[in-house]
Design a protein around this ligand. Structure first.
Ligand code: GDP
Length: 325
């Protein structure tokens, strides 16, 4: 039976990955932060997953866990997941999204050398590493030039994936563009919009206060992106893969689509306001990915369009608002 260790297992991608791995019959282990308040709910939802509490900042503990679990596959989803948060905590971001990856990869290499069994690793890298890219769309060869503490930490981790690949470890680095679902927290703009739009749709009033309405992002359906990471783990050759939908929309277009789906109609713009508190010190104006390598080599393709993604998220939030009422 394939044994898999997942860090960041209680997050959006962790949950979807667990569902895929359990359906395949894998033995799943999860590293969880000992202060993560969502762990009891996660444990109740997935009772067969073996959870290991700890702290990503505890390098010795993290390395010991890899040796103890002896995974065949290791997915690293842990770390700071919000660009906005990284501006407030740049050093912590470097430790958890950067240095911890070096610890995991070194531990995986030592495990592989000790047991003689390959350890297939996947690093969840981020398009945020490209910063204000001069090339559109971005692919695996686009210059890495981050403009946020989050992007810089992810860039270090991405480079370390390449370094350990050179040492004989099967490390895939999946450069994920924004990927969303009803499980996104409202700290992300998509879910912030769909949660608010659903409330406005049901209550008939309210405004969504947003930052940069003109930022253009390539938003995809999170379970599709998780499937790409599993394909990358099991591919014959470890490599870098951009995972993206290939289409970009502005934050304003997302808000319009969500409000229309919630039933607001042509007056949607009356429910959107710009609040400078949500503007960022630096924000890439346009991010859009070219996933042709993943299409070609992994046989991967996204299954959910932008409209369908917005529709699914708004419908899930409408159900929540109606259940409350
Ligand atoms: P990120 O790409 O990982 O930072 O994902 P986010 O969903 O947090 O942000 C996506 C884009 O939405 C960025 O360009 C933000 O500047 C923009 N944005 C505009 N208004 C907001 C807002 O109110 N909250 C957040 N989180 N992002 C916003």
């Amino acid at each position: 039976m394939r044994r898999v260790l997942v860090t960041g297992i209680t997050g959006q991608d962790g949950g979807y990955l667990v569902e895929q791995l359990l359906a395949e019959g894998c033995e799943v282990h999860g590293f969880v932060h000992d202060k993560d308040a969502t762990v009891p709910d996660f444990a109740a939802a997935y009772p067969s997953v073996v959870l290991h509490p700890g702290d990503l900042a505890d390098s010795a503990g993290l390395a010991a866990l890899v040796q103890e679990v002896e995974p065949d596959e290791l997915y690293n989803f842990a770390g700071i997941s919000s660009v906005a948060f990284s501006w407030e905590h740049p050093v912590l971001t470097a430790e958890l999204s950067g240095v911890a990856v070096a610890v995991l990869l070194q531990a995986a290499l030592e495990l592989q050398e000790r047991t003689g069994r390959p350890v297939r690793c996947v690093q969840a890298s981020s398009a945020e590493m490209f910063g204000e890219a001069e090339v559109v769309p971005q692919d695996e060869r686009t210059a890495i030039r981050p403009v946020s503490p989050y992007g810089a930490a992810k860039a270090y981790a991405h480079h370390m994936a390449g370094v350990y690949r050179g040492r004989g470890l099967h490390v895939a680095s999946c450069i994920l563009f924004n990927h969303e679902s009803p499980r996104r927290p409202t700290t992300f703009v998509t879910r912030k919009i769909t949660a608010a739009a659903a409330r406005i749709g049901v209550e008939g009033s309210g405004v969504i206060r947003l930052g940069n309405l003109d930022a253009k992002r390539d938003w995809g359906w999170a379970p599709d992106y998780v499937a790409a990471m599993v394909l990358a783990a099991r591919h014959t050759r470890p490599d870098d893969f951009v995972v993206a939908s290939g289409t970009a929309h502005t934050v304003a277009q997302f808000a319009e689509a969500a409000l229309r789906r919630a039933g607001v109609g042509d007056t949607w713009h009356e429910h959107v306001e710009v609040d400078p508190a949500f503007l960022r010190p630096q924000d890439a104006p346009l991010m859009v990915g070219d996933a042709s390598k993943a299409h070609r080599e992994l046989g991967w393709a996204p299954t959910v369009s932008f409209d369908e993604l917005v529709g699914r998220m708004v419908d899930a939030d409408l159900a929540l608002v109606r259940a409350e009422a």
